[in-house]
Design a protein around this ligand. Structure first.
Ligand code: ADP
Length: 637
């Protein structure tokens, strides 16, 4: 058996002093095995202890044997393809005379307890030359790199995780040299704290970052950092910052104090996680939750959550109060059937059908029944809960007050109708008798008598006028109103109205000017009713204007309708009052209205009559300058 020896070149050394290289080889900490370059046998010529240990072999038996007999190539590749990477590597070293490192090898070995442990090896083949310089041996060096490999793998994993976290912009890293007060951070940190990425990379004093913290959180964060520096406790704080765009962000920062063993330099190292999106989502959720709760607790609306089988699951105070139930009753179980009045069973079925088919209902009138058996009319609308198909939320508005008011209003209308009817007959009789006196039927009247009788006639006329307006109003309100329509030219309508107004206009020395392009246009109207409209508008124009002013009626042809505008130069109407003048019994205070008599019903009737003719009416007015009332009526076909 040959020994591997090397010449030291120091011939002066005595043999006794010379190193026993063979012994050295055997005890080297690295694992080595030496093969003769006798391809294809590759006889093992030496194996050191370290190799024997990892290969579970015994140098005494392996030396002198072909290497593949002792250590057969049991690689996957060899078994499947018959090609051996080991053999190839041997041959390469012999051919090139250069070392060859093989791909990493995974080869598990038994530990002291006989348990297999995963091992990773790096195998390198070196050429071993004889005295002629020829490659006569292949030296195999096997390094156990399991530890490095595990560390590298862990490191790689951590790097991938950090990279992906950094990529999505959620995690940033920072480093603070405590004594020199320099903070170095990445671009995400820079963004969260409103500083430039470049300056954060170069380093900034901690104070700059502290300044970007929301004032309400600043002291708490500073204290926590100081605590960490002083005591070494872990630093962890959640707080708000103001970012580059001035937007508030939520972050959580974690860090740890470290000390360099050699230099004694103290530093803090940490990360910051951006929680803004999560916080905002939480905030939105909280907000909508609060809104819902506010709505739920509202004392105006009754709110209940029920299931499609009609069981009431949740209800607010207002709901319970309007129906006279208690929370206890609700806990014991309350059903839709229990609270539905018999006359509303059908509406309830409609509600459930709409919920099933469309997921929601229009608002509907439903009469509920209180615990004491009395009816509770409500306006209800319901919608199915998006996250629970079997439940819906119903919102109810108590309309019992409205119902009461409606009833009172109706009674009032009926009263007005009845009273005015009763008043008209005697007033008409008075009119007849006074007329008889005026015409001398009961003998001639002296001047004073005549004056008194004329005054009585005028007052009675006014009373009759008001009674007629009241009657008409009652008729319209009760929908007891039938139009008898005929084709009429605008000229004819205006003729009749202006004739009726002659007396009034003369008494106020006012001139009525009628003009426009539509005088011969025809409209389809109830002549008596339209006359009432025109008389009212012209009368108002006269009443609310000074003596001697002009009143103009302009009729214009529009594409589909005729427009008739009555303008005056009177007191006008303030903008705030315009919306009210068509109301029932509405009179607006002005310097003239105190002296002018009126019931406040005229424009109410005008508006109703025009609408009944499928027309409309608008007003333009400037206080102190005058008003224009414009009606539009469809052409007669
Ligand atoms: P009234 O019987 O009081 O005239 P109306 O319903 O006809 O009732 O009119 C309502 C109110 O509108 C009047 O009291 C008056 O203040 C205002 N008004 C109506 N027409 C005119 C007008 N041409 N100029 C100024 N104010 C007017």
């Amino acid at each position: 058996m040959e020994h591997v020896v090397a010449s030291t070149g120091k011939e002066s050394l005595q043999p006794a002093d010379m190193m026993d290289f063979h012994q050295l080889f055997l005890t080297l900490p690295g694992a080595y095995i030496v093969m003769a370059a006798n391809d294809p046998v590759f006889t093992i010529v030496a194996e050191n202890q370290a190799h024997a240990d990892i290969a579970l072999a015994d140098p005494a038996t392996s030396v002198g044997k072909p290497v593949f007999d002792v250590f057969p190539d049991n690689s996957e590749k060899y078994r499947t393809t018959g090609e051996s990477d080991l053999l190839n590597s041997f041959r390469k070293v012999i051919r090139t005379g250069k070392p060859d490192t093989m791909p990493l090898l995974n080869y598990d070995v038994k530990d002291a307890q006989g348990k297999f442990v995963e091992k990773w090896w790096r195998v390198t083949h070196y050429p071993g030359r004889n005295t002629h310089g020829k490659v006569a041996y292949v030296i195999q060096a096997t390094e156990d790199i399991t530890k490095e490999r595990v560390t590298a793998k862990k490191f790689e994993m951590a790097r991938v995780q950090l990279d992906s976290a950094l990529d999505v912009g959620l995690v940033s890293t920072w480093y603070w040299e405590i004594d020199s007060d320099i903070v170095i951070g990445d671009r995400i940190l820079a963004r969260s704290f409103g500083v430039s990425a470049e300056s954060a990379a170069n380093g900034l004093p901690l104070g700059i970052f502290i300044k970007a913290i929301h004032p309400d959180d600043r002291d708490r964060v500073t204290a926590a950092i100081q605590d960490c520096v002083k005591t070494g406790v872990e630093y962890e704080q959640e707080y708000r910052t103001i970012d580059v765009s001035g937007k508030q962000r939520w972050v959580i920062a974690r860090g740890r104090r470290q000390e360099d063993a050699d230099s004694g330099m103290r530093y803090m190292l940490g990360i910051i996680i951006d929680l803004t999106d999560r916080r905002e989502a939480e905030e939105k959720f909280r907000h909508s939750n609060n809104m819902f709760n506010a709505l739920f607790q509202s004392s105006v609306l009754s709110v209940a959550v029920a299931d499609m089988d009609g069981r009431i699951i949740q209800a607010n105070k207002s709901f319970l109060k309007s129906l006279g139930y208690t929370t206890r009753d609700l806990r014991r179980g309350l059903t839709s059937r229990q609270i539905t009045a018999p006359q509303s069973v059908e509406v309830t079925t409609q509600i459930y059908n709409a919920l099933r088919n469309d997921g929601q209902t229009e608002s509907m009138e439903k009469t509920y029944i209180r615990k004491d058996g009395s009816p509770a009319p409500m306006l209800v609308s319901a919608v199915r809960l998006p996250d629970n198909e079997n439940q819906f939320i119903a919102v109810m508005f108590d309309i019992s007050e409205n119902k009461k008011l409606e009833a009172i209003n109706q009674a009032k209308d009926e009263f007005i109708g009845m009273a005015s009817h009763q008043l008209r007959t005697p007033a008409t009789v008075v009119k007849q008798y006074v007329s008889m006196l005026q015409t001398g039927f009961a003998g001639d009247l002296n001047k004073l008598q005549k004056e008194f009788v004329d005054k009585a006639y005028d007052s009675n006329e006014r009373q009759l006028h008001i009674v007629n307006e009241l009657l008409k109003t009652a008729q319209l309100d009760a929908n007891n109103y039938v139009l008898t329509k005929r084709r009429k030219t605008v000229a004819k309508i205006l003729d009749r109205a202006s004739n009726e107004m002659l007396e009034l206009l003369r008494s106020k020395r006012q001139k009525l000017v009628i003009k426009g392009t539509a005088l011969h246009s025809k409209v389809y109207v109830d002549a008596t009713e339209i006359n009432l409209v025109m008389v009212n508008l012209i009368e108002n124009a006269s009443k609310y204007s000074d003596e001697g002013t002009n009143i103009t009626v302009t009729c214009t042809k529009l594409s589909k309708r005729v427009e008739i505008a009555v303008s005056d130069k009177g007191v006008g109407i303030a903008q705030d009052d315009i919306g009210r003048i068509f109301g029932k019994f509405t009179r607006i205070d002005s310097k003239i209205s105190d002296t002018v008599r009126g019931s406040g019903l005229g424009l109410y009737l005008v508006d109703k009559i025009i609408k009944a003719h499928a027309g409309d009416i608008t007003v333009k007015s400037t206080a102190g300058k005058g008003s224009t009332f414009t009606i539009r009526l469809p052409y007669a076909h």
